[in-house]
Design a protein around this ligand. Structure first.
Ligand SMILES: Cc1cc2nc3c(=O)[nH]c(=O)nc-3n(C[C@H](O)[C@H](O)[C@H](O)COP(=O)(O)OP(=O)(O)OC[C@H]3O[C@@H](n4cnc5c(N)ncnc54)[C@H](O)[C@@H]3O)c2cc1C
Length: 441
């Protein structure tokens, strides 16, 4: 079986390796526009901040080694231009030589990810504007900072990537302002969580421009819609990602309401010989079964496994997604799984919320932490619908335990009965997760 893969980062390189294990006698060719193979995109903000000193640590393997160890043909710097579904071929351009050639397939896997949205800024002129989507973007930001030694910047967009950039710019000693058209950071999460994150930013000297936008730029001066103005040396934009589905659209593959490529539970598109995975695939919500697009690394990796098993004739199905996610902001961690209060309200789902605010572990233990944990649940069935937490310790484990509880179809009351590990450095005899169960009663 000859398998072509489009995209060679999270989903693409993972699915190639998975297929090699699951279908040992297949021929696999991996195409990617990026000159770097399968790097840890999620680590890029920390390379910019200097916490990870060597950018090459993000890269798992060189194309040569990957290719040799797994018997996979790796063609980086190659742009797949078109799919001919009738002939089962793709047209590919070597980006260095401009040579265009045709490659046939038995199965085609698309993992094209997305493209960073660029804001339209009046008067931008020579003021540098960066986005952070690829290894090359990261290198550009680092090169610029090292070469020009800027003192200040503005980050547009206070979502996950925005707040990670802010922390890392501050870490590099830059005076950093956040500009967001919303009234708070991290609007995916409940306002109570955003409030704690906002305070953390304030304590770390981030300037805020909420419910605001750049009206125009004059030289280095940002003139804001709300009347304020200030100077910056550069702008970093993190206002979202548009899915890179042009190739799929031109091949008449179905696109869903989330603008992702529609797939079944084995990640097959409406053409059974073409699969789509990663950011560009449209999945289902765990609770409602409605279309959901989750742009995170876990789905890309899980979907790679699902595709490999399907190709091997040993299929398992992809579950709906909870969208479990976590991020760090200075001394805090924020994480969520399942629905927020807003997404439940938008869906018209009635819910109750149990809240625990207190210590993560024994108060007499030096260096004890605090946590705000919010759990939404269905008041009739008592099933857990979502959870969010922010704090300085143990946020990851609480949200992961609750994500597991959701997938195990446990009720909020069951959380009280979970027998969790306790020792003063880590927890209390009644863990915050247990406390949620007691509180919900
Ligand atoms: C700064 C940053 C931080 C992140 N942090 C986290 C995190 O902490 N946790 C988390 O879960 N997720 C995080 N993510 C998201 C995560 O990186 C993505 O969900 C994941 O990379 C998606 O994998 P993918 O294979 O779908 O797309 P990508 O990894 O984006 O790979 C797609 C590749 O396909 C190439 N391509 C597209 N079209 C073609 C074509 N026609 N021909 C050839 N090549 C093509 C693209 O150029 C790209 O190289 C982060 C993302 C960014 C940008």
């Amino acid at each position: 079986m000859k398998i072509l893969i489009v995209g060679a980062i999270a989903g693409g390189s993972t699915v190639a390796a998975q297929i090699r294990r699951a279908v040992p006698d297949s021929e696999i060719i991996l195409f990617g526009r990026d000159p770097v193979l399968g790097y840890g995109t999620c680590g890029m903000p920390y390379v910019i901040g200097g916490l990870i000193e060597d950018k090459w640590q993000l890269v798992g393997s060189s194309p040569e080694k990957f290719s040799e160890q797994r018997d996979i043909t790796v063609k980086l710097g190659h742009d797949v231009l078109a799919i001919n579904r009738e002939q089962k071929t793709v047209e590919v351009r070597n980006m260095e030589t401009d040579h265009v050639f045709t490659e046939s397939y038995d199965k085609l896997i698309l993992s094209p990810g997305g493209i960073a949205r660029i804001p339209d800024l009046k008067g931008l002129g020579d003021l540098p504007l960066f986005t952070l989507k690829s290894f090359g973007d990261m290198e550009e930001i680092i090169d610029y900072i090292e070469r020009e030694k800027p003192k200040s910047c503005a980050v547009i967009g206070g979502g996950f990537i925005g707040i990670e950039l802010i922390e890392n710019f501050i870490h590099r000693g830059l005076q950093t302002a956040l500009i967001d058209r919303n009234e708070r950071v991290m609007t995916l999460m409940d306002p109570e969580i955003s409030q704690v994150l906002g305070k953390e930013m304030q304590d770390n000297k981030v300037d805020f421009y909420f419910e605001d936008a750049i009206e125009r730029i004059e030289g280095k001066r940002l003139i804001m819609k709300n009347g304020m103005n200030f100077d910056v040396d550069f702008i970093a934009s993190s206002i979202g990602i548009d899915l890179d589905t042009q190739l799929a659209i031109e091949a008449d593959l179905h696109i869903g309401p989330t603008k992702g490529i529609v797939v079944n539970s084995y990640m097959q598109t409406n053409d059974p010989d073409i699969y789509a995975i990663g950011d560009a695939a449209e999945c289902k919500d765990w609770f409602t079964g409605k279309p959901k697009n989750v742009k995170l690394a876990w789905p890309a990796h899980r979907q790679s496994f699902i595709v490999a098993r399907h190709l091997a004739g040993n299929p398992i199905e992809m579950n709906g997604l909870l969208g479990t996610t976590i991020t760090k902001l200075f001394a805090l961690t924020a994480a969520m799984t399942g629905h927020s209060a807003k997404s439940l309200t938008d869906e018209g789902i009635e819910f109750g919320t149990a809240v625990y605010e207190g210590r993560t572990n024994a108060g007499y233990y030096p260096d004890h932490g605090s946590i705000l944990l919010r759990v939404h649940y269905d008041e009739q069935s008592r099933l857990i619908l979502g959870a969010q937490a922010v704090g300085d310790k143990g946020v990851d484990k609480r949200i992961d335990v609750i994500a597991t509880a959701i997938m195990g179809k446990m009720t909020v009351d069951d959380l009280a009965a979970l027998e969790l590990g306790y020792s003063p450095p880590y927890s209390s005899p009644k863990d915050p997760v247990n406390m949620i169960g007691y509180k919900a009663r």
